[in-house]
Design a protein around this ligand. Sequence first.
Ligand SMILES: Nc1nc2c(c(=O)[nH]1)N[C@H]1C(S)=C(S)[C@@H](COP(=O)(O)OP(=O)(O)OC[C@H]3O[C@@H](n4cnc5c(=O)[nH]c(N)nc54)[C@H](O)[C@@H]3O)O[C@H]1N2
Ligand SMILES: Nc1nc2c(c(=O)[nH]1)N[C@H]1C(S)=C(S)[C@@H](COP(=O)(O)OP(=O)(O)OC[C@H]3O[C@@H](n4cnc5c(=O)[nH]c(N)nc54)[C@H](O)[C@@H]3O)O[C@H]1N2
Ligand SMILES: [Mo]
Length: 768
Amino acid sequence: MSKKKAHAQPPEKLTGIELKKIPKSAVGAKAIQSALAHMNKEIGIKDSIKLLANLNQMDGFDCPGCAWPDPDIKRDFLAEYCENGAKAVAEEATKNRVSPVFFATHSVAELSELSDFEIGKKGRITHPVVLKEGANFYEEISWNDAFKMIANELNVLESPDEAVFYTSGRTSNEAAFLYQLFVRQFGTNNLPDCSNMCHESSGVALSETLGIGKGSVTLDDFNHTDLVIVIGQNPGTNHPRMLKALSETKKQGGKIITINPLPEVGLMNYKDPQNPLKWFGKGQELTDLFLQVKINGDVALLKIILKLLAKKETEKPGSVFNHDFINEKTIGFEAFIEDLNSYSIEELLPQTGLNLDTIQEAANLIVEKEKIIVCWAMGLTQHKNAVDNIQEIVNLLLLKGSIGKKGAGTCPVRGHSNVQGDRTMGIWEKPKDSFLDSLEKQFNFKAPRKHGYDVVEAIEAMYKKKAKVFFAMGGNFLSATPDTEYTAKALQNCELTVHVSTKLNRSHLIHGKKALILPCLGRTEIDQTENGDQFVSVENSMGIVHQSKGSIQPASEMLLSEPAIVAGIANETLINSSVNWLELASNYDQIRDLIEITIPGFENYNKRVRQKGGFYLPNNARNNDFSTTNTGKANFSLNKPSSITLSKNQFLMMTIRTHDQYNTTIYGLNDRYRGILNERRVVLMNPDDMKENGFHKLDKVDLFSHFQGEVREAKSFLVIPYDIPKQCTATYFPETNVLVPIKSKALKSNTPTSKTVIITIKKHDENS
Ligand SMILES: Nc1nc2c(c(=O)[nH]1)N[C@H]1C(S)=C(S)[C@@H](COP(=O)(O)OP(=O)(O)OC[C@H]3O[C@@H](n4cnc5c(=O)[nH]c(N)nc54)[C@H](O)[C@@H]3O)O[C@H]1N2
Ligand SMILES: Nc1nc2c(c(=O)[nH]1)N[C@H]1C(S)=C(S)[C@@H](COP(=O)(O)OP(=O)(O)OC[C@H]3O[C@@H](n4cnc5c(=O)[nH]c(N)nc54)[C@H](O)[C@@H]3O)O[C@H]1N2
Ligand SMILES: [Mo]
């Protein structure tokens, strides 16, 4: 039987758009209603209540959604969750099942014709399955045979560097530690992770300037700050519980500046979902000043603000900058001022799309403030000059001495719920020597020293057949990465692709010669071994390590935990390993003991992780100590504005998330806060641009991206007039990842430039 080709991209079919008025306020009763509707549909009301009662409680499980922290002390019953956290739980705890019978009746090619929404809704995978060479259908395989198959493929490689081991950010500390130990004992540092596409730029920028790749603030800092700047982030959708922290800032008299090409509703007005009395009426205004910057205009904007501050400082020395801090704690101030002086406001202003009066207002708000927190996410990290974006923020904080004290500092808001913990555990293609030294000492083996592939390099290596086995611990590599068709070829070039997954996704359908899906337990589920019920631990966005314990029966008796899967593979693959893998996987306390002796900051891990609320990891920047940088002080840096110039018919496109998705997991088809319902194939455009280019509301168009003479296309999108700066457009990912060129990435961090794609837009061609 000839093999039908599977589709790497979701179908172009439109789903029946409905446009609604954009709501004036976020969260409130509507959010609770939406959360319960999703949960009820997937799991029924009884189990929903049980799950929500445990979500983010001290002895419950950590939300599989974002990495926003929980309150240190007080946690309200049935209250420490948000609409989108509830959706994440519903998605995992769904009653629907993908069984071997399902796979026997649906070929891979047939499944690939479904939308990502439809694929995700099929339910939890119940058994390990294999796709044999040339086969059209996945079929059941025993765990042992699956482990043996992986071990065989790994052990015939000419070099361990021909294997790639990806991690998404939900993997627990315990699983991540075992996983990287296995990979390094196997002999490679090829450990790319979702961070490479996410906050890598933050890690690079912060390490260079402040000597720690993580943020410095705690949740409590939001109660003590004068000013929060939220830049390049949409917390109303992606970190809804952050709105509560912002609301506290406002209640304490603090101000909020928002910098974004879109007036995201969640940042404008908020209704506390936990306070029914506030559901009706006007809600609380959050943003005091909204700067509607052009895409990638942030460095230009920040430079103008810094110039205005410097001018004021010159007029009245000591009134704006904190010279004691600058003298004692930093290096490079003079060079920074000299560089700043080389830019003129006139040349910078057009990049921002703003008028100078508005920017002056922002500068006025900053002038007198001593305690400033800056929060950011993907709006800053996914550009060519992403590292510059973040380092310019650091410059601002250093000038004000606004770091290392209460109510002040850096707040990169992380994505996946344990993406930060995975890095701490050593999931990193560029491990520090000190980390490898420690591994070697504790585990008595020679760790590989050569740096491994990050995400983009891994794709290129597979494309060129330099890497032949692809293993993914979670995630949806095909759909999350750039340049979908190129990445598809890369995966198809592999001898073997393996996915440890909870749910079916498109990465299972675009596979190597052979493929395996290994179904694992999720956060919500009881994890029982011969040593009794186990719990895992995770690190949130503010460096707090705490436990997470599932409470419902696993989706299938055949599921294994992630640690058990790693142990099974390691046990088959490694001959003469110094580690008793199977024993470790049966008792997570033992894994934590090993983490404790290997990684600094985990002293008394087993004891402290059992304390209510967990424990904070050390954080030098929080303690006003910058001795870990290359100069021993906090470094000012010289940063460059965007270098992109558009020709007349070109637009910049940012690929963003709707309110109804978690990365590539599509919960539903609505983007409620943007008034766009039941359709994902849309392009948000400035009404004047539409007029000038002859487009009307709901016109069907095709999108073409342009990079170094290469053209990529994505067809069939509906034009939506939207409040967005000129020459800026927005689309949803993953539908438009096909337009993100593999070679277009951030300097230094190698992060794909998913927020700056140069496109042209044409009326849809029905004949092509
Ligand atoms: N419900 C839900 N929660 C999530 C996720 C999810 O998909 N769904 N994903 C998780 C993950 S992994 C991550 S990393 C985070 C992502 O969280 P966000 O970064 O908030 O997610 P995006 O949708 O990418 O939104 C980027 C925001 O930046 C703005 N922006 C884009 N380009 C620019 C620019 O050049 N300058 C400025 N100033 N702003 C810009 C966009 O308008 C948008 O408001 O959320 C996490 N939480
Ligand atoms: N164009 C564009 N592309 C982007 C982005 C963007 O803004 N624009 N954002 C980027 C960002 S910030 C990120 S972080 C990446 C995300 O990239 P990934 O982390 O690779 O993608 P996800 O969609 O989060 O992965 C979802 C899959 O994870 C599996 N899963 C869920 N829970 C578990 C679990 O507990 N264990 C295991 N083993 N598997 C589980 C399920 O099978 C599910 O299908 O995407 C990036 N891609
Ligand atoms: Mo992310």
